[in-house]
Every structure is written in C-alpha cells, then in structure tokens.
Design a protein around this ligand. Structure first.
Ligand SMILES: [Zn+2]
Length: 299
C-alpha cells in the first residue's frame, strides 16, 4: 500500500514538474524545422518529413510519412501553395487532432515575377503568389513568432522556455538582417541582377533591390522553352551580367548552355527551396551562404 502510494506520488511529481514526453512536431519545411528546433530545444522533437536536398516541388508524402504526421501534435508547412498536397492532407489532420501551422499565413506574400504563369503546382490553388517566403528575413521573424505561439498553446508548461528561446532567435535574425545589408553594400545597383534556374528568390530580390531572371518558372517542374532561353541570353549579354546561379536541387544544364553563349560565368550554388547540408544546414547558414555566393560572383 505504502509502495503504491509512493510510486503514485513520484509519478505525479515527475509528470507535473518535468515534461513527460517532448512535443511531437513534424515539418514539411526544412526552414521551419530549423526554427522549431531553436525555439523548442529539448522540449520538442522535430521530425523532418521533407528533408534538406529533396525537391519539395515534386515531393509527395508516402504512407509512412502520413503515419508519422498523424502521430504528431503539430505539423509545420510553408503554405502559399508550396505543398500542393496540403489541402488533401487537411481532413486527416483534423481527424488525428494534428494542429497545422502554416508559415504562409503570417507572411507578406508577393506576386511571382515569372512571365506566362506556366506553373503547374500552384496555379490552380494560389494563382501567381510566390511561395518561397523564407528568402525575406522579416517573414522568417513572423513565422518564428507564430511557431513560438503554437508551442505555447500546445505545451503551456513550456511557455517561459519557448519565449526565451524565441527571443534569442529573433535577436539572431535581426543581426543576420544587418549582416546581409552590410555584405550587399559591396554591390552597385547596376550589378544587382539574379539569373537563377527557377524563380525562387523574389522575396530576397524585393528586400534587397535585385532584378530576377529565372530560366524556369516558379516551380522546378516548369520546362523553359528554347525561345525563353534565347531571350534570356540576349538580356544577359545586353546587361553585361557577370554571373548566373545554379540551385542546390536543380539540374544546371540550361545554365551551362547560357554560360557557353554569354560572358556570364556560373556563380555557384544558391539554396532556393530550403536548407542544404554543412554550413547551409541552418537558416542563418543558408542565408549567409547565398549572400556570400551572390556578392562573390557579382562584385
Ligand atoms: Zn521553388
């Protein structure tokens, strides 16, 4: 009797004062997974459904992924049509009691710059909105606050910890924003042209005064016509563009054709659709890598 009471008391104390189990968070966004790890720290277990280096434009969740998602308490998604399957997923999320946190709901969306709306993945649901919101640091700050709120709502006992971690993250993002401005000051206005394989850096361009020419449309599945490539080559020659950029996921074949026919060289790899590996495995690292690559190639 005494033993049972003791066990019951100890168990009660443990569940009250320590978190019994971490908050289970699944993520369809490598960027949001990184923010979630920073804000959640040891209170949260983040499972990346879409992993770095996977092309999220053509990704579809497997039955195994759906099981993992159903067992989570929170699912993070980019939104703005980036996950073409998200609406199909919603009923099962509601049934399983999974709270969906969509970053795109709290960002300032911009129109896609691509001409001709050739996009298959987003056109039917979200028109020509550019879903790659994480290339604007202020959007990422809004989404970090959104994730913090979602964690507090799901795990009120962790409120102080989540808010302290989120504050540190917000300070780092503000410092990152300053760092980016300082680096880009090396580039005169006339050199601020980004030629990339698909139209993913619109938010970065808007924040920092760049013009964008994308070989593909807004999705990696768009195929450029030979006429479009020809027009692009003429534009690159006319503007004396020094470098064009590949992306971490793309096949840079067309970019190679352009470098053969113009004076532009291949300026290195930009992370467009999410995080990468090594130094680009965090949001800050990814942004720093992109900015350094751009400055190095265009200055
Ligand atoms: Zn993309």
């Amino acid at each position: 009797m005494m033993n049972r009471l003791l066990i019951a008391t100890v168990f009660f104390a443990w569940t009250t004062f320590a978190q019994a189990e971490p908050l289970r968070v699944a993520s369809l966004s490598t960027v949001m997974a990184d923010l979630a790890r920073d804000i959640g720290a040891e209170r949260v277990e983040v499972t990346e459904i879409v992993k770095p280096g996977v092309d999220p434009h053509i990704y579809e969740p497997t039955p195994g992924d759906r099981k993992t998602i159903a067992k989570s308490q929170i699912l993070l998604a980019s939104g703005l049509g980036f996950e073409g399957y998200l609406d199909k997923l919603r009923p099962s999320l509601e049934k399983a009691g999974v709270r969906l946190v969509v970053g795109g709901d709290v960002v300032k969306p911009i129109e896609a710059a691509c001409e001709g709306h050739e996009d298959h993945h987003h056109a039917h649901s979200h028109g020509s909105i550019d879903p790659h919101w994480w290339h604007s640091i202020s959007n990422v700050q809004a989404v970090a606050a959104q994730i913090c709120d979602a964690f507090v709502a799901a795990d009120p006992a962790g409120k102080a910890a989540y808010e302290a971690n989120a504050k540190k993250l917000q300070n780092r993002l503000a410092a990152l924003s300053k760092w980016v401005r300082l680096q880009l000051a090396a580039l005169p206005k006339a050199t601020r042209v980004l030629v990339t394989s698909h139209d993913a850096l619109g938010y970065f361009a808007k924040d920092n005064g760049f013009e964008i020419f994308a070989v593909q449309g807004i999705s990696t599945s768009d195929q450029p016509s030979s006429q479009k490539v020809k027009r692009l080559i003429e534009e690159i020659k006319a503007r004396k563009v020094k470098a064009i950029f590949a992306e971490n996921i793309e096949n840079p074949k067309v970019l190679e054709q352009i470098t053969n026919e113009t004076a532009a060289k291949l300026g290195g790899v930009l992370y467009a659709d999410g995080l990468g590996s090594g130094a680009a495995a965090t949001y800050e690292g990814m942004m720093k890598s992109n900015v350094s690559t751009i400055v190095e190639a265009l200055k």
